[in-house]
Write a protein that binds this ligand. Sequence first.
Ligand SMILES: [Zn+2]
Length: 246
Amino acid sequence: MSVSLVVITAALGAIIGILTPRVAWRLSVEYGEPPRSACGDCGHPIDSWVRVRVSCPGCGRRLGPRPWLTTVVGAATFALLGWAFGPDPALPGYLAVAAVGVLLAFVDLAVLRLPDPLVGAAGVLGGGVLLLISLLDWSFAPLLRALLGALVLFGVYLVIALIPGANLGFGDVKLSAVLGLMLGWLGWPAVVLGLLLPHLLNGPVALVLLLTGRAGRGTDLPLGPALLAGTLVAVVIARHGLPLFG
Ligand SMILES: [Zn+2]
């Protein structure tokens, strides 16, 4: 394992994480609405996307998720991927999806939405790297498996979303296609793990929220963060065996 690569990816992820709160706050809007451009409390105009300080210059209220949390999540996610892949040409593709994924997770937590442009960007960036590798190697079997993985996850989640009363939106269905692409590239065991792990993670979290009274039976819980976290664990296991036992 390459320690320096883990340090470099962790630092990159921390930078992504530091820049996440402002972007997440601006994109946490209802469907079809433009990005937020003013503080909801005092009306102070806020029009920049790249900002480390997250409090409103007008009233001092924190805008968006806690910066320490996004920084830790970004650094840990990137470090795990750096550790799992090492100097593999596919690493940039997985890091790109992870960067958008961290943002998506915090937007979903805020407004229960996975905006199409972000999901699309993750797919284009991740898929683009996989396509480039396939062209350079002139080998298309992994790419074909990636596309089939995307199709499998898309199909499974589409069926679940169409069940009446299912607590799953079409944003989750589209995101699952992108995640299926990245999982399929790594092989079918990764696809199966990627199907199972989000729900193994989500079940206990939902149970704790119910038991502590922070969510009721009718509360809509975002699935995006669990889909992303479960996929991350599936990718790491597929690349490296079980992290704790390997
Ligand atoms: Zn304000």
